[in-house]
Design a protein around this ligand. Structure first.
Ligand code: FES
Ligand code: FES
Length: 238
């Protein structure tokens, strides 16, 4: 039976929208329910710190579409009946990082960290909505709405560029960090490399052996394919 209630799903959890929330933006709502990983930067769509992914079922195309949106601009009720995924829905140090988060951390793409959830969600939405691996140009384009005042962007692009080259194994941690055969993100430079450094304080000298990083995702041994958030079945009926 299809419910007439005003609902949305946030990170796989059903949420009933009670009366009196019509003036809330999605960002205010998310932070109000304790999901403070989504940041308030400019509050006017200019910085991308509030980026989240929303998923919606398209009855005509019979498939789910995924979009990165600025939660500071979206009225709460504009996402009614949709699935919202925030950075908390991807991963954490306790549960293990999502490969997008892990790659960014390894490449030193996060300094103060305020912009990081937004970058992660923009990249994640691109991967979820791409049938084939995105090109480097598409990755740069998808990050065009995210600002960072610390890193100079290069480590962020380098971190995410690895996803342009791999296709089948985005959610398996270590293997998702592999570029061409034998290459991965160098822990020293944060760039694709075939050195085998394990200490970020050492200087990269290049090398022929593939670097085998210890994945944060080995924390509980499960792969992301086993815990990726699915589209809530209830929303297929609405
Ligand atoms: Fe800057 Fe939303 S807070 S775009
Ligand atoms: Fe500080 Fe990006 S890491 S704003």
């Amino acid at each position: 039976k299809v419910s007439n209630e005003a609902i949305l799903y946030v990170n796989g959890v059903r949420r009933l929208l009670s009366d009196g929330l019509a003036h809330f933006t999605l960002l205010e709502y998310l932070r109000d329910i304790g999901l403070t990983g989504t940041k308030l930067g400019c509050g006017e769509g200019g910085c991308g710190a509030c980026t989240v992914m929303v998923s919606q079922y398209d009855r005509i195309l019979k498939k789910c579409s995924h979009y990165a949106i600025n939660a500071c601009l979206a009225p709460l009720y504009s996402v009614e009946g949709m699935h919202v995924i925030t950075v908390e829905g991807l991963g954490s140090c306790k549960r293990g990082l999502h490969p997008v988060q892990e790659s960014l951390a390894r490449a030193h793409g996060s300094q103060c960290g305020f912009c990081t959830p937004g970058f992660v969600m923009s990249m994640y939405a691109l991967l979820r909505s791409s049938q084939t691996p995105p090109s480097e140009e598409q990755i740069e384009e998808c990050l065009a709405g995210n600002l960072c005042r610390c890193t100079g962007y290069r480590p962020i692009f380098d971190a995410f560029r690895v996803f342009a080259k791999t296709s089948n194994d985005l959610y398996t941690g270590v293997s998702s960090l592999s570029l061409e055969e034998g290459k991965s993100v160098c822990p020293s430079t944060g760039k694709p490399c075939s050195c085998n450094l394990s200490n970020t304080n050492d200087k990269c000298v290049g090398g022929d052996n593939g670097y085998e990083p210890t994945s944060y995702n080995e924390i509980d041994g499960t792969k992301y394919t086993e815990r990726e958030l699915i589209f809530p079945p209830e929303l297929l009926l609405r």
